[in-house]
Write a protein that binds this ligand. Structure first.
Ligand code: ANZ
Ligand code: ZN
Length: 803
């Protein structure tokens, strides 16, 4: 036979698959449905990256396998195309982002097809298409209608380099997600989505998510639930009290001073009583310069200013205690004020040492001369008349009862997560559908006027005033108020990159619906995403956002499931061969198209899956590319050895069953490297045989198909099949055939031999009994009778006594 000419053969199968829509998902099919989802790409000008291939291959393999297992598979793809890279490229080249996006999407689609990924290309969505973002705006308005959207002038994360407001999720670790620049705090008019209303639901929903621990704990930490209490500390000679949030009400006797955030409103309230206001104001200015990240860092050298003239009263010990401002207390968390317990909190300890404040031990067990004693398991309460002698846990319960009875405070829960800063001062995003009217104030665009389309402009650079480029387009800005018909202005900011991706998995279920974002019938048919694979970096970003949007839509009855995803996994990164993250600037980016050209898509797929454990990051190393190709060539070249026999070869039978079992289990657990290793071993065994049967070879091709589908289809056709492998069923293994040492088991009824079976050596009595009772022949004898006794002689016989 001719050699495996990948250019010709792969092209042939791709043309066939994609022109005939072989991977089309069928709405309302009778087959069981399976929805596999991969994170859709940002169609950058660089085209497909090796990381995209790795990310998609997991569910590509699963989807191809599921189709063979009889499922109606939805495996869609689309493009998350709004955002800065395209806009920046447009600014640089003066080509319109629309044009760039269309070109990039075309390139991407072709590249995905030349890798042979079995996406349903009939459902492609593009978040920048007005037919799509109309619904992104629509959902935003629904949130507005339900009180989940508000505007606030406040300090937010700002990237000086990208010149945009960032959400908390986009500035983790104090750095801009996009460009790694240190973020600053900037006072801005900001639209927020009240994602915090869903904090508890987002946490609870994790219980049902099938995923590894890391995916859950990262989300849990990000949501950051703390259980504690809000307590009121009266301010001396005043009607007001200072409210604090604490997770340690048990330490209240040890609260020897208070600290409020530099932005705390009481500074303004008491400005006439505070004697050192100059010093306070100077400190406030200084605190503004720091980012939140710098402020929460555990630095020993704490700073602060005492509020002279203002004194608080500990509501339990009745002691008078001083009040400080310090930047280690955040205005955005809890109540923006704390009761400081230096003996048992490290930050308070450092602060007390620096300003020489009273440190009172209330939990015995440590050495507070040296450091704060923060352990909550072993200590015992002291210096705390109402709760002395109790453990921390007991003390918490008792003091909370007292606190609630005496109306000093109440139990409270806090979340670390913050509301989602939602507007960006940029052109290439979804316009925020809001109108400002001098008479009516903030007016949402009526639903029937959607979409608010982005005007096609010539200039899309941000303006020097920090406003969106849309602000300078009069035709766009000037509008009439939908309420009073008076003159009004449009909001000129756009939505963040994460908006469109917050609901795209729903649109895939009904991508061309003009009346709704998706019909309830289709949402119900496809249900939850059965398996979602994506990047670990999205776990505390997109995953949280999209779960929030889905939960919201569920709460207003528009989607059937509260949680969008049943199962979530994440691939590891492919690093450069220098072990650094691949990037254009490092010049270590691997272009998968080059490998496809030289060795073929099947080789690329096999190689990338074989590279290492799928969930681990791994450096690129293309030494193995040739090996992957050799493996495929071996399978190709053994074709002439195939006989017409329709049973497995005796010599190979057990290995084939073992491989089917091991391969399937590995694939389902994302262990593609070991799955492929098993196929390689099997191929080596095949190679040693003079002949292999048709049955042997067919099972091998079926196993190979999800990994290297082009060569598998070609060889399948060469065997004389008219139908594609897509329609074949996945091979099954027989548990009994896995057994190595076998014995003959005699089955008798009332002492008369009725059946003989070959079974595994050394099975236990229960298994042997079960095998005997399951035998068809035995059943015929015992039907309608009573089994009095079963006598098992291991490795020999089972005798069933009936009456
Ligand atoms: C008294 C106390 C005693 C505290 C003690 C801790 C240990 P998490 O677990 O992160 O929720 N806190 C409260 N609001 C704060 C704010 N806005 N900025 C900085 N710190 C704040 O931490 C809750 C604890 O962090 C609270 O409990 C409070 O200090 C502090 F032995 O109150 B604690
Ligand atoms: Zn930036």
């Amino acid at each position: 036979i001719p050699s495996f000419e990948h250019e010709k053969i792969e092209k042939k199968w791709q043309d066939k698959w994609y022109s005939k829509d072989y991977f089309k998902a069928i709405d309302f099919s009778d087959k069981p449905k399976y929805y596999s989802l991969v994170e859709f790409p940002y169609p950058s000008g660089m085209g497909m990256h090796i990381g995209h291939i790795r990310a998609y291959l997991s569910l590509e393999v699963i989807s191809r396998k599921r189709r063979m297992e009889g499922y109606n598979v939805l495996f869609p793809i689309g493009f998350d195309a709004f955002g800065l890279p395209t806009e920046n490229y447009a600014i640089k080249t003066q080509i319109h982002p629309r044009k760039i996006t269309d070109q990039n999407i075309e390139t991407f689609k072709n590249q995905l097809k030349s890798a042979g990924i079995s996406f349903d290309f009939s459902r492609v969505v593009d978040t920048t298409d007005p037919e799509y973002y109309k619904w992104t705006q629509w959902i935003f308005l629904k949130m507005f209608e339900n009180g989940l959207v508000f505007k606030d002038k406040t300090y937010v994360n700002y990237c000086p380099s990208c010149q945009v407001v960032l959400s908390n999720e986009e500035s983790q670790g104090g750095k801009c997600d996009r460009c790694d620049t240190q973020v600053t705090q900037m006072e801005k008019d900001v639209w927020f989505l009240k994602i915090t209303n869903y904090a508890n639901d987002l946490l609870e929903g994790l219980k049902d998510l099938e995923s590894n621990e890391r995916i859950k704990t990262e989300q849990e930490r990000w949501i950051g639930k703390s259980v504690g209490a809000n307590l009121h500390f009266p301010i001396k000679d005043s009607d007001r009290s200072l409210e604090v949030f604490t997770t340690r009400p048990d330490t209240i006797y040890g609260a020897t001073f208070m600290v409020i955030a530099p932005e705390h409103p009481y500074i303004e309230v008491y400005k006439d009583r505070i004697k050192n206001m100059d010093e306070v104001i100077a400190y406030q200015e200084q605190a503004k310069m720091k980012t939140e990240f710098e402020r929460v860092e555990l630095v020993k050298d704490k700073t602060g200013v005492k509020l002279e003239g203002l004194v608080a009263i500990n509501p339990i010990s009745k002691e008078e205690i001083p009040i400080f401002i310090s930047d280690y207390v955040m205005i955005t968390y809890g109540t923006g004020a704390i009761m400081a317990v230096p003996a048992h909190d490290t930050r308070d300890y450092d602060f007390a040492k620096k300003y020489d404040l009273k440190i009172l031990e209330v939990i015995q067990g440590g050495n507070i001369e040296e450091e704060a004693f923060t352990d909550t398991e072993t200590g015992v309460l002291v210096n705390s008349p109402l709760i002395d002698g109790l453990s921390v846990k007991e003390a918490k319960e008792k003091i909370l009862d007292i606190i609630e009875k005496e109306k000093i405070g109440n139990k409270a829960i806090q979340f670390k997560m913050k509301d989602w800063a939602f507007n960006r001062q940029r052109y290439w995003g979804e316009p925020i559908p809001i109108i400002y009217c001098d008479q009516c104030g903030i007016v949402p665009v009526p639903y029937e006027d959607l979409p608010v389309t982005l005007p096609y402009v010539e200039k899309f650079s941000p303006s020097s005033t920090g406003e969106s480029p849309l602000a300078s387009i009069d035709d766009y800005v000037q509008c009439t108020c939908p309420k009073c018909q008076g003159k009004a202005r449009r909001e000129t900011d756009t939505m963040p990159q994460w908006a469109g991706s917050s609901w795209y998995f729903l649109r895939y279920m009904d991508p061309f619906n003009q009346e709704e974002f998706a019909s309830m019938d289709k949402l119900k048919y496809w249900g939850q995403v059965d398996w979602y694979n994506g990047g670990m970096e999205h776990v505390t970003r997109h995953l949280i956002y999209s779960r929030f949007w889905n939960q919201f839509l569920n709460s207003i009855g528009l989607v059937p499931n509260k949680e969008p995803y049943k199962k979530r996994t994440a691939q590891g990164l492919i690093l450069g061969s220098d072990n650094e993250k691949m990037s254009k600037s490092r010049g270590n980016v691997v272009n998968p198209m080059e490998i496809i050209d030289e060795y073929g898509a099947d080789t690329l797929r096999t190689f990338v899956l074989f590279l290492s454990d799928y969930e681990m990051s791994t450096p690129w190393n293309d030494d193995g590319v040739k090996g992957a190709r050799r493996f495929l060539d071996k399978i190709w070249r053994m074709f002439p050895k195939v006989t017409d026999q329709m049973d497995y070869s005796k010599a190979l039978e057990r290995d084939i069953h073992l491989t089917i079992k091991g391969f399937s289990e590995d694939v389902e657990n994302l262990k593609f490297n070991t799955a492929i290793a098993k196929l390689m071993e099997l191929v080596n065994l095949f190679n040693k045989e003079e002949e292999i049967t048709r049955a042997d070879y067919q099972s091998l091709l079926k196993l190979l198909y999800p990994i290297a589908p082009h060569i598998a289809e070609e060889l399948w056709q060469m065997l004389g099949h008219d139908d594609l492998l897509v329609f074949e069923s996945f091979p099954e293994y027989d548990e009994r055939k896995l057994v190595k040492d076998q014995i003959e088991l005699v089955l008798s009824v009332n002492g008369k031999v009725r059946d003989k079976l070959t079974v595994e050596n050394n099975l236990d009595k229960e298994s042997l009994e079960k095998i005997a009772l399951d035998s068809d022949k035995i059943q015929a004898y015992i039907e309608g009778k009573t089994v009095v006794k079963v006598i098992v002689v291991p490795n020999k016989l089972v005798n069933i006594v009936i009456k």
